[in-house]
Unconditional design. Sequence first.
Length: 261
Amino acid sequence: MLAILVVATGCRFGFESRAPASVDDAAGDGAQADGPGADAISCTHDEDGDGVLDCVDVCPHIADATQQDSDSDGVGDICDPDLGGANQILAFVAFTEAGSLVLTGDDTLQETGEKLHLDGTGRTVGVLAVPVGNVDVVIGGRINSVPSSGERQLAIFPDPGSNQPFFYSDIYQLTGSASVHVAQYTGATYTPIDSTNLGSIPTGAFSLKMHARATQMTTTLATAQTAVANATVAYTGSSSLTFVFSLLDVDIEYIAVIGAP
């Protein structure tokens, strides 16, 4: 069944969200209990196709049939941002069930085939109410097409509340070449701190990762090739995460949020 939705202010769009790994299945029914910014889900979906269902997969967005977790923190080695540290999967979003990802903007959305399709006609913002400190945030899917002009962007913003400046990760192109950025917003202007030139925004399968720590932020775009930007920052955590999609025809398949000490 195909669901079509024109985004309106405060609209909630369906997704499956994984509660923190430390929350027990108290009811014994195979469903994760509620956690911050997350909804209870049943173990019915396998995003990465490795034979392990999302609600118990130690890396639900990266295929790993062995489920290796050397430090036994619930985050598998293949996606663990800090082996030896007490890391935690704070949220995992796969677009399969009702949830609380709030979207506002211009795009027409289609929920089909366990993905969220944005048609690239404008700018859409999604907010995930998961408080984070040190964190890795990964959004993955497929960029289908990119227009030849306009403000084209895919961004991950930690929401700092009233604190300025704040720092974020994005792919961005307005005029000239596209770039992968670590950037900051001062309250008046957006300024790249470090960037890697892409030439143009690539189409095809992608993942965009923001690695945020107190004094360092890294943006990694993985497509057929990998581009990285890295900068010294003053990051203080955030009360929620914001995702910006501008003028990109894109399928979003998952969002993974992994907390670190």
